[in-house]
Ligand binder design. Structure first.
Ligand SMILES: NC(=O)c1ccc[n+]([C@@H]2O[C@H](COP(=O)([O-])OP(=O)(O)OC[C@H]3O[C@@H](n4cnc5c(N)ncnc54)[C@H](OP(=O)(O)O)[C@@H]3O)[C@@H](O)[C@H]2O)c1
Length: 295
């Protein structure tokens, strides 16, 4: 049995469906009434009944987090941080307080951990950046430390932008791009590390049992794209032009700090751990991943 937090999300739904297809029982952790285990309110502890359910799981997959894709007001910043570092800390308190414990915790993180890094190639040994998202990612990862100290194998999934159908960045961009209004952001030279949804799911399934994965893992394809390359490629796949460019100043005016933190930020991640363990990508190149996502 596997516990899955964030099972209602874009990535979580895909993970849940594949695990169930493989005959694995999935126990969901969420805030909705139909979750098998409900998040405790106000940062409290899981109920004894829910701890009993957790006690029967061999792995926990944590894919929660409020969207980062809108203007970061003080309230949004709190929600972004709390739904990652806060919920992860609650989950880790839950799984370290039971016996027997799950053997493995796979916890979401993001390449935003590295901050703005221009053209540098970034493997898992690179330090965290200084900006807001990087500090959230660092706290999010650090919140798993008590699990590692309790000898639970912890895998920190530093994901790039996930390309897939039914959610994530592409679902927001598909309409404007289909209308011929796809636009390069700023100079378009910033690197976008990405991964196909099918490959994220396949990584999760493998890392549950593969003890060779432990600690931070760049869950990204081997071929990051610049924003300009992505814009041309996605437009071409949709059969539309994309001549527009949104200047950085306009993005900052519209989105505040989120523009520099997400839209203009450059992270060129190298998936060293995945390559080192011979991970076989379904979609190693962006054209194949984007075609699959819009099919
Ligand atoms: N998609 C990407 O490109 C990408 C890239 C890198 C990292 N990630 C990270 O991977 C994780 C999953 O991404 P996703 O694209 O699947 O996100 P998503 O579709 O927005 O789903 C987010 C999940 O988190 C839950 N959640 C959000 N805020 C919550 C809160 N305050 N309390 C309890 N549950 C909350 C949602 O539950 P409800 O259904 O109850 O709202 C949902 O199950 C996120 O942490 C994200 O930052 C995603």
């Amino acid at each position: 049995m596997i516990a899955l937090a964030g099972a209602t999300g874009f990535i979580g739904r895909a993970v849940r469906d594949v695990l169930r297809m493989r005959g694995i029982k999935v126990v969901t952790i969420g805030r909705r009434a139909d979750a098998d285990i409900r998040w405790p309110s106000g940062g409290g502890e899981f109920s004894p009944a829910d701890r009993e359910k957790l006690r029967r799981t061999r792995a926990v997959v944590n894919l929660c987090g409020e969207s980062i894709g809108s203007r970061w007001t003080p309230a949004r910043r709190r929600a972004i941080r709390e739904s990652r570092a806060g919920l992860t800390a609650t989950l880790v308190r839950g799984i370290t307080s039971i016996e027997p414990r799950p053997r493995v915790l796979l916890s979401a993180s993001a390449v935003g951990f590295y901050g703005e890094r221009g053209d540098d190639w970034l493997d898992e040994s690179e330090p965290p950046g200084p900006d807001f998202l990087a500090s959230v990612a660092r706290e999010w990862e650090e919140a798993t430390s008590p699990a590692a100290a309790a000898e639970i194998r912890v895998v920190l999934m530093r994901m790039g932008v996930v390309f897939g159908a039914g959610g994530g960045m592409l679902s927001r961009l598909r309409l404007p791009f289909s209308l011929g209004a796809g636009a390069k952001l700023g100079s378009g030279r910033q690197w976008m590390s990405w991964i196909a949804l099918e490959d994220v799911v396949s990584f999760v399934v493998r890392a549950i049992d593969d003890d060779g994965f432990e600690g931070p893992v760049n869950v990204t394809s081997p071929e990051p794209l610049t924003n300009g390359e992505f814009t041309s490629l996605f437009a071409r796949i949709l059969g539309r032009p994309a001549f527009l460019a949104l200047p950085a100043a306009a993005l900052r005016l519209g989105f505040g700090d989120m523009a520099d933190g997400v839209l203009l930020a450059s992270q060129r991640a190298r998936p060293s751990c995945l390559e080192g363990r011979g991970f076989a990508y379904v979609h190693p190149d962006a054209a194949s991943a984007l075609r699959a996502a819009v099919r």
